[in-house]
Design a binder for this molecule. Structure first.
Ligand SMILES: Nc1ncnc2c1ncn2[C@@H]1O[C@H](COP(=O)(O)OP(=O)(O)O)[C@@H](O)[C@H]1O
Ligand SMILES: [Mg+2]
Length: 231
């Protein structure tokens, strides 16, 4: 089995000279197919920076990254965005839905350039909404949905292209407890179906769902432990 994510000696420095911020200071990490990883650490420890590198949203200052075996640094912009679109689904703390369009249309968006016909896109988007339990809200606007429902729409949008890897940065940071439980339930189901899930969080409740906890402090991994079975 080859790792989905393999980084070694990953460093990221923002700025230069006296004002340089060493956000990542040599990170080595492997994530395997089907892993369910929580990345934890204090605010400012480098979690989001790490996720941005893993998601190919930003480039490291140095270090090596193989995404599903592909050396990310050797790819051009076009190859990189193709790889990213095919392999990774992103979920952020702010749901980032398009406000004046329905849940269904939001989920369909990533498929617009997929070459799929409209009917096929719609079928896939409906299937993704079903996975997150929102079939009956397909026609609703984001403003007509609760925070938890909006985040589930965002999860459906992350899923619709069939990525093997889900990367989430504080996905429950804006949610109440009931919605947190809903969203975590979706992550658990997706992981049970074989998706690799990497979720940044500072909440123990979120971490309890994962099977592996990676702790980051001051730009370095300070512990990496396997926990119990996923909830
Ligand atoms: N775009 C940026 N420019 C300059 N400094 C940044 C930038 N993004 C993050 N940082 C700094 O890098 C460090 C790590 O930030 P971040 O990865 O966002 O941490 P976390 O997600 O764990 O709170 C912090 O000191 C932060 O201020
Ligand atoms: Mg962050």
């Amino acid at each position: 089995m080859k790792p989905v994510i393999a980084v070694s000696g990953l460093r990221k420095t923002y700025g230069s000279g006296e004002t340089a911020v060493h956000a990542l200071r040599g990170v080595d990490l492997q994530v395997w197919p089907g892993d369910y990883v929580a990345i934890m650490g204090a605010s400012g420890s480098g979690k989001s920076t790490l996720l941005n590198m893993l998601g190919c949203l930003d480039t490291p200052t140095s270090g090596r990254y193989l995404l599903d075996g592909f050396p990310v640094a050797d790819l051009n912009e076009r190859q990189l965005s193709l790889l990213r679109n095919r392999k990774i689904g992103f979920i952020f703390q702010s749901f980032n839905l398009v406000p004046r369009t329905s849940a269904l249309s939001n989920v369909e968006l990533p498929l617009v350039y997929s070459g799929l016909k409209r009917a096929a896109r719609r079928r896939r988007a409906l299937a993704a909404l079903e996975v997150v339990g929102l079939t009956d809200r397909a026609k609703h606007l984001p403003s007509e949905l609760s925070g938890g429902q909006q985040q589930r729409v965002a999860v459906a949008r992350a899923l619709v292209g069939g990525p093997a890897l889900l990367l989430a940065d504080e996905p429950t940071g804006n949610l109440d407890h009931a919605s947190t439980v809903d969203v975590l339930g979706v992550f658990d189901r997706l992981n049970a179906l074989g998706r690799t899930v990497v979720v940044i969080t500072h909440e123990d409740e979120v971490a309890h769902h994962a099977r592996r906890i990676v702790r980051v402090s001051d730009g370095q991994i300070v512990s990496d432990e396997v926990t119990g079975v996923a909830a």
